[in-house]
Write a protein that binds this ligand. Structure first.
Ligand code: HEC
Length: 166
């Protein structure tokens, strides 16, 4: 049986094709995969988003003025989006940490507070970025930064006991 007549028979042709494909794969593996994958150093770049404050210089800016209209809107959103449910009515703390004391886990700058709200924080702070437009997040920032200042909207009645701080 000659080579051409073997190949022309369906069964032999298939066997030959498989043989050739198999050989090609073996060759590929040796040269391009096997030699590099095993010993290649793993990249030390973190994969995916990592929690915590951002350290890049290009931070977003609050587009709203720090005025009574913005602060009041922020207070309204704080109640409406149930931030108060975790942080307390006047953000004095509850299941979530107090936002009106001087201690900040993730930073007190406008950009850092914005990040806390939009990106969430590791230990139980939901990421609101997919739920709230940036405008609302910035108004919340303005409100939060007005806490304990003279122009805080509807400050807690000082004659009542303070909210418990965890
Ligand atoms: C399900 C409960 C929950 C809700 C609702 C919630 N938070 Fe939080 N928040 C937390 C917890 C818990 C932390 C602390 C996270 C940590 O330590 O990693 C936190 C952290 C924060 C921080 C950072 C505080 C710091 O010390 O750096 C800010 C700012 C904040 N929340 C604002 C808000 C705002 C604004 C809303 C409403 C849009 C909100 N949170 C809704 C639970 C909540």
């Amino acid at each position: 049986m000659s080579f051409t007549s073997m190949v022309s028979k369906p069964g032999w042709g298939l066997a030959l094709a498989l043989l050739l494909t198999g050989a090609a794969c073996e060759h590929d593996r040796d040269v391009s995969h096997g030699a590099t994958l095993g010993n290649a150093p793993l990249p030390l770049v973190p994969l995916g988003p990592t929690p915590g404050p951002r350290d890049d210089a290009a931070v977003a800016r609050n587009p709203f003025p720090d005025d009574a209209v913005t602060r009041n809107a922020g207070r309204l959103y704080f109640l409406r989006y149930n931030c108060a449910g975790c942080h307390g009515d006047h953000a004095g703390g509850g299941m979530g940490p107090s936002l009106r004391d001087a201690d900040w886990i993730y930073g007190s700058s406008e950009a850092q507070i914005f990040d806390s709200i939009t990106q969430g924080r590791a230990h139980g702070m939901p990421a609101w970025g997919t739920k709230l437009p940036d405008d609302i997040a910035w108004k919340l920032v303005t409100y939060i930064r007005s806490l304990r200042t003279d122009h805080e909207p509807s400050p807690p009645d000082q004659s009542l006991p303070r909210e418990p701080v965890p």
